[in-house]
Design a protein around this ligand. Structure first.
Ligand code: WT7
Length: 655
């Protein structure tokens, strides 16, 4: 973000007070902040009472061995029972849990809590039959279909941590995740629908499993396959099992065991500053407390009357916390949509809101900006009057997008909650409370009750209002990651080593004159493209794995639609000549193949040299200047200052 944008942001003076009607009915009032400040652990213990426990905890928080936290120590709980069984037992079995909307427009299913309980039980029995035991890991590589949610809850029921891999990731990415967490069972489907056409998933699983099994470190025993599209699949007798046989034929009776509050619930891989993705570990009790409380408080959920819709894919943490665990633990009725926003027409999302009477809608700024570009006349064709609250997540929401969202989707009355959090934090940590906070367009505002966040300078001193620095968390919170799967040291190094006792989020932030927080984006080598986190190093490694590439540097350049865009600079090997006319496209495709289409660079520029300091570190800042079309900044620390002239000349000759 440029300095100019930044100072404009900080002079934002629009405020949107909650309406008296909204405030009067809100789940949470200002009192919660005081109560939490008075006794944080008591506050979270009270939030934990919202759930059903097999055995109550002896201690709310054990922080005797930081940064390794234990929450609700001694407690026993089952996440699946909390998300499903308890609603049925309370007589709400006929309530719709999922309004599933498939991509072929007439393909829909309403699933009640009672039906969900039956399916989850069947899946738990089927997985048990396939040898899955408590503690075993299960990889899930699926489209947005009900079976994905069912599988996650079945794993949680058994205490078998799942790792959901986004269906847009490559077979290599899938293989490395399977290997890293040692999953012996993979659940997938023949394919899914994408913009009206079936798109295969199983071939990527076959490739990944072959690769994993050939390497021999981990052996994938079974692949459980949902038939979604009916397309042809290659079948591995003895390894592959159809879902409709194994799950369809299983009993709907399954007695769930209670698990220790700190039993692993899932591993979610996310990009870090090095090439290797990090396996973020979330455990059961604290995670469910953190996600269910925040889902109820931030979205003001009224389970009896609200229809909630989070547009995230289940392959990301938002899909875990605010589509599966938070909402289902709260007994919400929600929409789950398989398709894309613009298929079969650009008003598809608004049509779904109208049809199901969606009241709470949670999406990402990149989507909002796309709708802005398409024009307000598209949503205007639909009845969106059911909407009473709007949420945003994934990247800073620029004030223009916030205003457009408020006006054209929220009819100038629904509060907008800009929610800041991360895969690591598990739950929303910074956000307005819709019945309390006077929201400012572009600001995530204040830490939620029970959360201690701050903005600090290089020496970890809290910065005064009106200044910027690094966003940190000062006290543990229930849904925090517990470690990185199999790598405690990297967990300590990545998040807790910069300053003693502080969690470093990797984001820059500012406090405005009122002390409200503005999250500005990553300060490390992590890019945010359409709300998806990508690592510069990971994409550089993918580029260098191409036989024609000698060296690569990747930067995230500001982009109007996607927030940031991936821009790559590569030096070719001597024997590759000029690489051929299609070299840029060839390398873009290579990255898509290695990591997944989301990582495909917007542009790949072949350059003769890369700007490096005398110690050999690539100065990405200068490349960012080029990619963003700015004058190149200070080059005095370059080992060879003529390098930038060469790069600029190359860039100019392309135009
Ligand atoms: C990074 C975390 C949280 C689920 C989706 C992404 C950025 C996220 C906001 C926001 C400004 C935000 C941060 C953060 N981010 N939400 N409301 N305002 N920035 O999860 O992939 O773990 O990415 O997304 O940079 O560190 P993730």
């Amino acid at each position: 973000m440029s300095d100019e944008t930044l100072s404009n942001l900080l002079h934002e003076n629009r405020r949107f007070e909650p309406t008296p009607e909204f405030a009067a009915q809100a789940n949470v009032t200002a009192e919660a902040y005081d109560r939490a400040a008075g006794d944080r652990e008591a506050f979270w213990a009270e939030a934990a009472e919202r759930l059903d426990w097999g055995k109550k905890w002896d201690q709310v928080l054990d922080w005797s061995n930081p940064p390794f936290a234990k929450w609700f120590v001694g407690g026993e709980i089952n996440a699946s029972v909390n998300c499903v069984d308890r609603h049925v037992e309370a007589g709400r079995g006929d309530k719709v849990a999922l309004h599933w909307v498939g991509e072929p427009a007439d393909d829909t299913r309403d699933i009640t809590y009672a039906q969900l309980k039956d399916e989850v039980s069947q899946a738990a029995n089927a997985l048990t039959e396939l040898g899955v035991r408590k503690g075993d890991r299960v990889a899930i590589y699926m489209p947005m279909i009900p079976e994905t949610v069912v599988t996650m809850l079945a794993c949680a029921r058994l205490g078998a941590p799942h790792t959901v891999v986004f269906g847009g990731f490559s077979s290599d990415a899938l293989a490395s995740r399977i290997t890293d967490c040692g999953a012996e069972v993979v659940v997938t489907s023949d394919g899914g629908y994408r913009r009206g056409a079936p798109s295969a998933l199983k071939p990527a699983v076959d490739e990944a499993v072959d690769k994993v099994n050939a390497a021999g470190e981990v052996t994938v025993r079974n692949v459980l396959v949902v038939q979604r599209t009916g397309q042809d699949v290659e079948w591995h007798e003895g390894r592959d099992v159809w879902w409709h046989d194994a799950v369809g034929g299983a009993s709907t009776e399954h007695t769930a065991e209670m698990h220790d509050a700190e039993h692993p619930l899932y591993v979610m891989y996310t990009s870090g500053t090095t090439g290797k993705p990090k396996g973020i570990l979330h455990t059961t009790g604290g995670y469910l407390v953190g996600t269910s409380y925040t889902h109820w408080a931030v979205f003001d959920l009224k389970p009896e009357t609200d229809v909630y819709w989070c547009t995230a894919d289940v392959g990301w943490v938002t899909g875990h916390s605010y589509m599966v665990y938070g909402p289902l633990a709260n007994g919400a009725t929600q929409v789950i949509y398989e398709g894309t926003p613009d298929s079969p027409h650009k008003g598809r999302w608004w049509e779904i809101i109208e049809k199901y009477g969606v009241t709470i809608f949670y999406t990402a700024p990149t989507a909002i900006r796309t709708f802005m570009k398409q024009g307000a006349d598209i949503p205007a064709k639909f009845d969106l009057s059911s909407i009473r609250l709007l949420g945003s997540v994934g990247e800073p929401i620029n004030p223009e997008a916030y205003m457009w969202y408020r006006e054209h989707i929220g009819a100038n009355k629904a509060p907008v909650v800009d929610t800041w959090w991360q895969t690591e934090t598990g739950q929303i940590l910074i956000s307005p409370l819709p019945g309390v906070t006077a929201g400012k367009p572009g600001s995530a505002m204040t830490p939620l009750p029970g959360i201690e966040a701050d903005v600090v300078d290089d020496e970890a001193h809290s910065v005064p209002n009106g200044s910027g620095g690094y966003l940190v968390l000062k006290e543990p919170w229930p849904a925090m990651l517990r470690t990185l799967w199999g790598d405690d040291q990297r967990f300590v190094d990545t998040y807790w080593s910069r300053w003693k006792g502080l969690y470093f989020a990797g984001d820059g932030a500012k406090k405005d004159e009122d002390g409200d927080l503005w999250v500005l984006g990553r300060v490390d080598d992590v890019m945010n493209v359409s709300g998806h986190r990508l690592s510069t190093t990971e994409i550089e490694s993918a580029l260098v794995s191409h036989p024609k590439v000698a060296e690569a540097a990747v930067v995230g350049a500001a982009d109007d639609m996607t927030g940031q865009a991936v821009c790559a600079f590569v030096i070719l090997r001597d024997d590759a000549g000029d690489g051929g006319a299609d070299i840029s496209e060839e390398l873009r495709k290579h990255v898509a193949h290695e990591i997944g289409p989301i990582a495909k660079p917007r542009q790949v520029m072949v350059v003769p040299e890369l700007p490096k300091t005398r110690s050999g570190k690539i100065m990405r800042r200068l490349l960012k200047d080029v990619a963003e079309g700015r004058d190149v900044g200070d080059v005095t620390t370059l080992a060879d200052s003529s390098v930038m002239d060469l790069i600029k000349a190359r860039e100019a000759s392309k135009k």
